[in-house]
Design a protein around this ligand. Structure first.
Ligand SMILES: Nc1nc2c(c(=O)[nH]1)N[C@H]1C(S)=C(S)[C@@H](COP(=O)(O)OP(=O)(O)OC[C@H]3O[C@@H](n4cnc5c(=O)[nH]c(N)nc54)[C@H](O)[C@@H]3O)O[C@H]1N2
Ligand SMILES: Nc1nc2c(c(=O)[nH]1)N[C@H]1C(S)=C(S)[C@@H](COP(=O)(O)OP(=O)(O)OC[C@H]3O[C@@H](n4cnc5c(=O)[nH]c(N)nc54)[C@H](O)[C@@H]3O)O[C@H]1N2
Ligand SMILES: [Mo]
Length: 675
């Protein structure tokens, strides 16, 4: 049987896959995790959406798209263009993200577009832009990590969230910063490294303590600080007050461990500091990432081959998805929507007066919160996100969605959000379509079609193109390569410049990392070798100080709940809960609790508990974990309905990135009365 080379549907590693015409999946050039191996079960899945639904009833595409277009026209006529909102996703191909942004701004004329990357990468992106002038998750090829001697993973559970990446860290001593003893933390201990176990929400002060110890013990690279950075003096003025014992009192990490890790960081040769969502998904996530970047800069790591700072991008196209215009404040090529030159460039490519380009609009959480309220959007089109499960404070998200006049969801499967929609549009999935995805190192890769989608199903590009046509708009092709060629032009000269990347070059096997401005340019695997991307070429160190989490424990809610992932499930679980082999491993929500904490709440291992916060209640089965901090509980967010972790999370936002505080809120535990 012929097999086609493509990439896994899930995370930003975008591991190579062979997919055969019958849906058989094989690894291509390296490993796959259990989710990747079993992804073929999604092809031809019995629950697959194969016909448009209007108020739950099957209808033809003409009827569905005609209905949506009529409603959108009427709402726009009555309430103006901002009455229609668009919600995209970091799992969409570059072509889809680009066309969706253009569709919102040109066909709908709305400023109200944002996407789920706001829940994921926005704090790391904002900190990276501010420090380096560019946000590329890993500014070096991922293969560089093969040679690492020491890797600090701040809030990253790579062994479960990107298992194949662990293979690259085999020779390194690992330091894992996580309130939980995760499989990644176990590996750190086995590697001769350390597991630092802070109170959730206190990474910033831990990073200040590490910087303090590094300075006092003489590990700072003064020549690098002079030549390549500015702002160290201000940073030190704050860090000087955070000696390890004082840091220990706040975050709980022993002062001796802080000094040990600072010493390793100072003395190792090939060193990396990497952050992920554990450090970033906080109401002070940008400041926290900044503190980790300051530490890396003080040691002279960024821009030096064999060392560096990076953030581990999450979704399949989390990197490309934040570059091409589905974010409320951005235009293609990572251009800023408020920049007149950016507007002029993109306006010219789109053939519209730059004055007419709307935006910036609301960020994802604020957008969801405004739905159906006076002055807020009355309709929303969702592509590739299950917000009813994955957005913070899901109880109120359900209310906001119900308050809409029109909710349209394009999905592969009947996700919770799709089932709440007025109109459901069934779309093709990864192995049924062509496109490009940009992985966590900024490398653009081809997604290829191995089989046709089921009868009745269209691609997202066909849906967007079809809706534009219904609205009487030209310039919305459905053919992926045509869209990509337009994206190349729109990104030309921007920060993430794809102008020189073509399907032809990618199909010939070239490994192309952006920026790649011309067809003969080799791409840029390593950024910052000579200079950082600010006009003066220097990296900016920005002074940041300790900030408390938005909600602290008290007598009524004495515990800190944090949330995250397990190996076998992906995100809201819309896909993986439907794969029998994965569901068999984790079928229902659980809450990790220290045995002493469980006992105090009168709960036994395996019993159903209610996790209660000021915003709601989650039902989850108690899993006693002796290595967990007794002041902390952990909930995976992969389950829906009454088991959705986001019923309790706090929608408090970072002031800069507008990212919600998924990683800490105050809760108490109770015995479940029903389940
Ligand atoms: N299996 C699986 N893999 C995935 C995904 C998935 O859903 N499932 N999703 C993909 C996506 S989109 C993303 S964004 C990535 C996320 O990848 P990760 O960031 O690795 O995943 P999380 O589980 O969200 O968070 C990592 C760890 O942060 C810890 N943590 C909680 N609070 C804190 C804190 O205050 N400080 C620190 N230092 N750590 C804290 C949690 O205990 C958790 O173990 O994974 C990608 N890969
Ligand atoms: N409590 C808590 N909440 C979190 C997080 C956390 O750590 N804790 N993490 C946050 C993070 S980092 C992220 S990235 C978000 C992710 O959360 P979501 O945005 O909900 O992501 P998914 O669950 O991956 O939803 C993707 C949906 O798109 C569908 N889909 C798949 N492929 C396609 C396609 O090609 N086209 C279309 N139209 N649909 C497709 C899938 O079937 C699924 O229903 O969750 C956030 N929420
Ligand atoms: Mo994510």
């Amino acid at each position: 049987m012929t097999r086609t080379a493509t990439h896994c549907p899930y995370c930003a590693l975008q591991c190579g896959q062979w997919v055969s015409g019958d849906g058989t999946v094989d690894a291509r050039g390296g490993g796959l995790c259990q989710k990747g191996w079993t992804s073929g079960a999604l092809l031809g899945h019995p629950e697959r959406l194969t016909t448009p639904l209007l108020h739950g009833e099957p209808v033809s595409w003409d009827v569905a798209l005609g209905f949506v277009a009529d409603r959108l026209r009427a709402l726009r006529a009555e309430h103006g263009p901002d009455s229609v909102a668009v919600f995209g996703a970091g799992g969409l191909t570059n072509e889809k993200a680009y066309l969706l942004g253009k569709f919102a701004r040109v066909a709908l004329g709305t400023s109200q577009i944002d996407y789920n990357g706001r829940f994921c990468m926005s704090s790391a992106a904002a900190a990276g832009n501010r420090a380096f002038g560019v946000d590329r998750g890993l500014p070096f090829p991922i293969s560089d990590l093969d040679g690492a001697d020491l890797v600090v993973l701040a809030g990253a559970n790579v062994a479960e969230t990107m298992p194949p990446l662990m293979g690259r860290l085999q020779n390194a001593r690992l330091v894992v910063v996580d309130p939980r003893r995760t499989p990644t933390a176990e590996r750190a201990i086995a590697s001769g490294g350390l597991h630092l176990q802070p109170v959730p929400g206190t990474d910033l002060v831990l990073a200040l303590g590490l910087l303090h110890a590094a300075v006092v013990d003489g590990h700072v690279d003064s020549a690098y600080l002079d030549d390549r950075t500015n702002g160290f003096d201000d940073v030190w003025r704050v860090a000087a007050g955070w000696w390890p014992e004082r840091v220990e009192r706040l975050c709980g990490v022993p002062a001796a461990d802080i000094r040990t890790v600072a010493g390793w960081l100072g003395r190792s040769r090939r060193r990396y500091v990497l952050t992920a969502r554990g450090a970033e998904q906080h109401a002070h996530g940008v400041a926290t990432v900044t503190a980790w970047i300051n530490l890396a800069l003080a040691l002279g790591l960024p821009g030096r081959e064999g060392s560096g700072f990076g953030t581990i991008t999450g979704q399949g196209n989390g990197q490309g998805g934040r570059e091409h215009g589905q974010k409320s404040d951005q235009l293609p090529g990572y251009r800023h929507i408020s920049d007149p030159a950016a507007r002029a460039h993109v306006g010219a490519v789109w053939g519209v007066d730059p004055e007419t380009l709307p935006g910036p609009g609301r960020s994802a959480t604020e957008l969801l919160d405004a739905l159906g309220r006076p002055g807020g959007p009355k309709a929303m089109l969702v592509f590739g996100s299950n917000v009813l499960v994955s957005a913070p404070g899901s109880g109120s998200v359900a209310e906001r969605l119900a308050a809409l006049d029109l909710l349209v969801v394009a999905d592969v499967l009947p996700s919770e959000t799709a089932m709440a929609a007025d109109v459901v549009l069934p779309v093709a999935q990864w192995a049924e379509e062509e496109g490009t995805m940009t992985n966590l190192e900024g490398r653009v890769q081809r997604r290829r079609r191995a089989m046709s989608p089921p009868a009745g199903v269209r691609t997202d590009l066909q849906v967007i193109s079809g809706l534009a046509a219904e609205l009487g708009m030209k310039g919305f092709p459905a053919e992926p390569e045509s869209v990509f060629d337009e994206l190349r032009a729109a990104s030309a000269g921007g920060i993430s410049d794809y102008a020189g990347i073509t399907y032809e070059r990618l199909d010939a096997g070239e490994a192309l990392h952006w920026p790649c401005p011309t067809p003969d340019h080799p791409g840029t695997p390593r950024l910052f070798a000579e200079r950082f991307a600010h006009p003066d070429g220097l990296a900016r160190m920005v002074a940041v100080d300790h900030v408390e989490s938005a909600e602290l424990p008290d007598a009524e809610f004495p515990l800190r709940a944090t949330t995250g992932r397990v190996l076998v499930h992906y995100q809201s679980g819309a896909q993986t809960r439907r794969v029998a082999e994965l569901a068999a491993v984790a079928r229902e929500a659980f809450v990790e609790v220290h045995p002493d904490t469980a006992q105090r709440a009168g709960l036994d291992d395996g019993e159903w508990a209610e996790v209660v916060s000021r915003r709601g209640v989650v039902r989850a089965r108690v899993r006693c974990v002796g290595t967990l901090r007794p002041d902390t509980v952990f909930l995976p967010f992969h389950f829906g309905g009454l088991q959705s972790a986001n019923l309790v999370t706090n929608p408090a936002l970072d002031p800069t990135s507008r990212m919600p505080e998924f990683k800490v809120c105050a809760v108490r535990l109770e015995r479940a009365t029903v389940h």
